[in-house]
Design a protein around this ligand. Structure first.
Ligand code: NAD
Length: 502
């Protein structure tokens, strides 16, 4: 099946404060990037729409019927949302594929993982203890956790249902109201999530979906005084802007940003495993992945032979339509993004990089209307070259040789980003040593791009400054409060003799 009937797509109404309503902001056009056809044109959220969502969220979040729920009672809503996602995996997958061009295989997996995220945070909520702290006086001392109030979740276009869930699930579990702003290139699946959340019976107003321009609605969702945390995933320059605004308000912010992650192959590595892992690490999701293994370092003695095998395998990857079950590499999110990827590759070649694979659009006429670009390998550009430093966010791998451990550690770290790293070797102590030396949020040893909701994720340097997922993921959406309870029933000595007895 090549097309999803347009009737099964969301209808373009926004979900504002518990009501479906037409937006009053700028027009958004969602396209199917596999053939350029239009999915839907609709009005996004304006500032006024955002203000209405905020007002309704404030009222809903302060309701005792939400605020005073016991953890197991609130967890029930998260389980119902997970049930709704699981019952609609195929529908969600088809909407997301239509909106992003990702393969159905991948969007089904993303939908299933989103359900798992809601269940995980339901479990975390039910099992997170508050603490009775060690007393240093005649008081019972406690550390308790409370909701922050209103939280904005601002997400990018590459894995919408998964990144939405990663923010919405812990934020709701923590007792907040959430305002979700998806990216304009991929607004549809977040609206579908709203439908599922509405059906779950979550009290109206606690969740709104506000697609629209980053500068207008995104900006409001950061600056508004009622917003008490922003959880942002996206590009580094947007992240910096948000961090500056958050600093003015002294508001905590989570920033999950870009990457240019190194993968290191030592001469003793299992090369079959390494090649499969490298291909998956850079070319799955058509390279549109923050943790893509985009810089490959190969130890000199195997450099030429390894590259020859890697190049041959890359050329065998099946590039095709996202609805074809055999497709490994689908189209990019948008023709404009494909053009940007293409321009970066052309520039790198002009600057002296050696093209080993790809470097062009596919010549298959059935893909001509789509935003396709072939899996591309560029070799021998120095680590200082732009193509080695800047995030391409597409199917483009740069390969460099290295001489020894110290050099590869230094080259890996010589980059503004610090999101992930892959190490391939049979020498485990060496992998451990190298992994410790690399400034990064995640290290994969003899594997790549594996994820677990129970394992914290985040970046260093220009890749961000927070962690999502894991048990502590809940705490990011709460504030910690200390409580002291007197155990003596006597006035404090310091002032006791000045108090007239009653
Ligand atoms: P982007 O920064 O352009 O946009 C991300 C979101 O921010 C969108 O919803 C956008 O509308 C919004 N936005 C833009 N300007 C804003 C502003 N001034 N105020 C508030 N919101 C604003 O990123 P993108 O192009 O959508 O996504 C690609 C980027 O996301 C890549 O750099 C990628 O590495 C990164 N990413 C990081 C992770 C991670 O977990 N580290 C995961 C996925 C993607």
């Amino acid at each position: 099946m090549r097309n999803v009937a347009s009737t099964s797509l969301p209808d373009g109404r926004l979900f504002i404060g518990g009501e479906w309503t037409l937006g009053t902001g700028a027009e958004i056009t969602s396209i199917f990037p596999a053939d350029g056809s239009v999915n839907l044109r609709f009005r996004g959220a304006s500032r006024e729409d955002g203000l209405l969502a905020i007002e309704r969220a404030k009222v809903a979040q302060a309701e005792p019927s939400w605020l005073d729920l016991k953890p197991h009672e609130r967890a029930r809503y998260l389980h119902r949302i997970a049930d709704g996602i699981e019952a609609n995996v195929e529908r969600i997958a088809r909407i997301q594929t239509r909106d992003t061009g990702k393969t159905l295989q991948e969007t089904r997996a993303l939908a299933a993982s989103a359900a798992g995220t809601f269940r995980y945070f339901a479990a975390v909520l039910e099992t997170s203890d508050e603490a009775l702290t060690t007393p240093r006086g005649n008081a019972l001392t406690l550390s308790v956790w409370e909701p922050l109030g209103l939280v904005s979740a601002i997400t990018p276009w590459n894995s919408p249902i998964a990144s939405d869930a990663q923010k919405v699930a812990p934020a709701l579990a923590a007792g907040n109201a959430v305002l979700l702003k998806p990216a304009s290139w991929s607004p549809l699946v977040s609206l579908e999530l709203a439908r599922i959340i509405e059906v779950s019976g979550l009290p109206p107003g606690l969740f709104s979906v506000l697609p629209g321009a980053g500068r207008e609605i995104g900006n409001l969702l950061v600056e508004h005084p009622s917003i008490r945390r922003v959880s942002f995933t996206g590009g580094t320059s947007t992240g910096r802007t948000i961090a500056r605004q958050a600093a003015e308000k002294l508001m905590p912010v989570s920033l999950e940003l870009g990457g240019k992650s190194p993968t290191i192959v030592f001469a003793d590595a299992d090369q079959d495993m390494a090649i499969a892992g490298i291909l998956y690490g850079i070319f799955s999701s058509t390279g549109q992945s923050c943790i893509a293994g985009a810089r490959l370092f190969v130890e000199r003695p195997i450099y030429n032979t390894f590259l020859a095998r890697l190049t041959a395998a890359t050329k065998r990857l099946r590039v095709g339509h996202p609805h074809d079950a055999a497709t490994q590499v689908s189209c990019l999110i948008h023709p404009d993004h494909r053009d940007a990827v293409e321009a970066q590759v052309n520039q790198a070649i002009k600057d002296g990089a050696r093209l080993l694979a790809g470097g062009s659009r596919p010549d298959d006429p059935t893909l001509a209307e789509g935003a396709y670009y072939l899996p591309t390998i560029l070799a021998d550009a120095p680590n200082s070259a732009r193509i080695c430093r800047e995030e391409v966010f597409g199917p483009v791998l740069v390969v460099l040789p290295f001489e020894d451990e110290a050099e590869v550690i230094s080259q890996s770290n010589d980059n503004d980003y610090g999101l992930a790293c892959g190490i391939w070797t049979r020498d485990f102590p060496r992998a451990w040593r190298v992994g410790k030396e690399i400034t990064t949020g995640t290290v994969w040893i003899n594997t790549y791009k594996q994820f677990s909701i129970s394992t914290p994720f985040g970046g260093e340097k220009d890749s961000g400054m927070s962690r999502e997922k894991g048990r502590d993921g809940l705490r990011a959406y709460q504030r910690q409060k200390a409580v002291y309870v007197d155990l003596t029933n006597r006035p404090i000595t310091w002032a006791a003799d000045t108090v007239e007895r009653t």
